[in-house]
Design a protein around this ligand. Structure first.
Ligand code: CP
Length: 368
């Protein structure tokens, strides 16, 4: 087991990375959240979405598939808790972590998970790479495939980038680590696992309230897809400028204000407020947001007595969550992070099993 850090610095987004692939496939989606939803849903209908070597989104996964992954994650969690030496499940396999957008939790936990399963791990980001010389994302990822990598974990600011890559690759599996406003499926799975624990294993009849920037949130989209498939209800609320048109089509309810959303809910999830939304005039100020949409200790009293509080991180303390809420008894933020390693172990194993082939240059690729 080794880890190679190619680079880990902030990356300029957009042109020259994904959009320069050209043609109809080059959909660096910058339109409305509604447009993103319909395009993403269409993409997940294709063959790549059902190929076991990829994990592209929770939308379209069956109840059995979701529960199977949660059960596998629980087994991984029990094993991780024992502090045993690394396993050999992924021995001889190379996993590339291609983060074309900043990350702390997702990248670190994928790296830990892959190492614990015995993989060779390469951490790649675009800074100081040939992406900055105009090489396309697809050509870059094809290099990893030609070098014998089995899996690539992709975070990208453009919705649809992992789906698009998965369609092009012959052998390598693609795991979506968050793509634009589309999905963040491993975050969705760790949220499901955290809620499964809090809800004593039962999703039916439970309700999660999601508060904040629903329109731009891949975390919300994966949570809604997973929870509605498992029989739970989701209520969303947030500033009108940050709610996508026809959000109900995702299968959730919409509340006009945070009090209505929280009343009697079995859990609340606050979404991260991105500063660029204020810069674009979609919100007045972080102080105003905290006043109208922040989770305060007073507002938590509206929840069901057993309810827990989730946040995908990174948290803007004092904005989405009051300090007392972030550090309070109901918060499950660090449980979400811990569950993230177990979920990523389960996902890596699932995708690796479907991808398995010898490490090294494959003869057909080398012969091209
Ligand atoms: N929740 C999440 O995706 O966090 P990072 O951006 O730190 O990976």
């Amino acid at each position: 087991m080794t880890t190679t850090v190619v680079h880990a610095a902030p990356t300029p987004y957009g042109a020259g990375i994904f959009s320069n692939v050209g043609g109809p496939e080059a959909f660096a989606l910058a339109g409305t959240p509604g447009a993103v939803m319909s395009r993403a849903a269409a993409d997940l209908d294709d063959r790549a979405a059902t190929d076991g070597r990829h994990l592209l989104g929770l939308e379209g996964m069956t109840r059995d598939e979701l529960l199977g992954l949660l059960a596998a994650a629980k087994r991984e969690r029990a094993w991780l808790a024992q502090g045993e030496p690394n396993r050999t499940d992924l021995a001889g396999m190379t996993v590339v972590l291609a983060f074309i957008e900043d990350s702390t939790r997702t990248r670190t936990s994928f790296e830990i998970a892959a190492q614990r399963l015995g993989a060779n791990v390469v951490v790649f980001s675009s800074a100081a790479s040939s992406l900055n010389k105009g090489e396309t994302l697809l050509d870059t990822v094809r290099l990893f495939e030609a070098m014998g990598s089995a899996l690539v974990v992709v975070r990208h600011p453009s919705s649809g980038a992992p789906v698009w890559l998965a369609r092009q690759l012959d052998r390598m599996g693609v795991i979506n680590a968050g793509d634009g406003m589309h999905e963040h499926p491993t975050q969705g799975l760790l949220d499901l696992l955290t809620l499964q624990d809090a809800w004593e294993g039962r999703f039916e009849g439970r309700r999660l309230a999601i508060v904040g920037d629903i329109g731009h949130s891949r975390v919300a989209r994966s949570a809604i897809a997973g929870l509605t498939t498992l029989g739970a209800r989701v209520t969303v609320c947030g500033p009108a400028t940050l709610l996508p048109a026809e959000v109900e089509l995702l299968g959730c309810d919409v509340a006009d204000n945070i009090e209505d959303a929280l009343a009697g809910a079995d859990a609340a999830m606050a979404l991260r407020l991105q500063n660029e939304r204020m810069e674009k005039g979609l919100l007045p100020s972080s102080g105003e947001y905290a006043r109208v949409w922040g989770l305060s200790p007073e507002r938590l009293t509206l929840l069901a007595p057993h309810a827990v509080v989730l946040h995908p991180g990174p948290v803007n303390r004092g904005v989405e969550l009051a300090h007392e809420v972030a550090d309070g008894l109901r918060a499950r933020i660090l449980a979400q992070v811990a569950n993230g390693v177990a979920v990523r172990c389960a996902v890596l194993r699932r995708c690796a099993d479907a991808t398995r082939r010898p490490h090294g240059f494959t003869s057909d690729v080398a012969a091209r």
